[in-house]
Design a protein around this ligand. Structure first.
Ligand SMILES: [Zn+2]
Ligand SMILES: [Zn+2]
Length: 149
């Protein structure tokens, strides 16, 4: 599914298109593409890792970005019908990966804070089946933090 442009992204590209600073259409097109790539790099996205299913050498490739987790999951389903197996993962930039790691390290796999896990009684949240604190939600499922949206 193609991405849905956001208001601020449309405004940034429109600003280039409305500018009278360009001598050629090519120079304007160059700046439109540059602006779009900078804006899209700030978005959350997902990748798919897929490798050959079954016996034999382990050969895998990564695909993406996909703009929604659903798009990544559909790509993985298509890969499965083509004899591959794999997983989806959130894609991070250098700017967003550290906060995502810090967040993952502070939250138990059950989604609750570490300090409410008490010894052998486990997680204190009513009806939470979690036993011992398990650091780190899978960082691949922690969405990159959005900037400027
Ligand atoms: Zn827990
Ligand atoms: Zn819990």
């Amino acid at each position: 599914m193609p991405l849905t442009p956001r208001k601020d992204e449309i405004a940034a590209v429109a600003a280039v298109l409305e500018s009278t600073d360009y001598d050629t259409v090519e120079a304007m097109a160059r700046d439109v593409l540059k602006a779009a790539s900078v804006l899209l790099a700030q978005r959350s996205s997902f990748g798919v890792y897929a490798e050959l299913d079954g016996e034999g050498p382990r050969v895998g490739f990564s695909m993406g970005p996909y703009w929604t987790k659903g798009d990544a999951e559909r790509a993985l389903e298509r890969a499965a019908t083509a004899g591959m197996r794999g997983f989806t993962a959130a894609l991070h930039s250098v700017d967003t990966v550290r906060p995502a790691m810090d967040h993952a390290a502070k939250v138990c796999a059950c989604g609750h804070r570490p300090e409410i896990h008490v010894g052998k009684f486990g997680c204190a949240v009513y009806r939470c089946p979690c036993g011992v604190f398990q650091p780190g939600i899978d960082p691949n499922n922690v969405l990159p933090i959005q900037r400027g949206t």
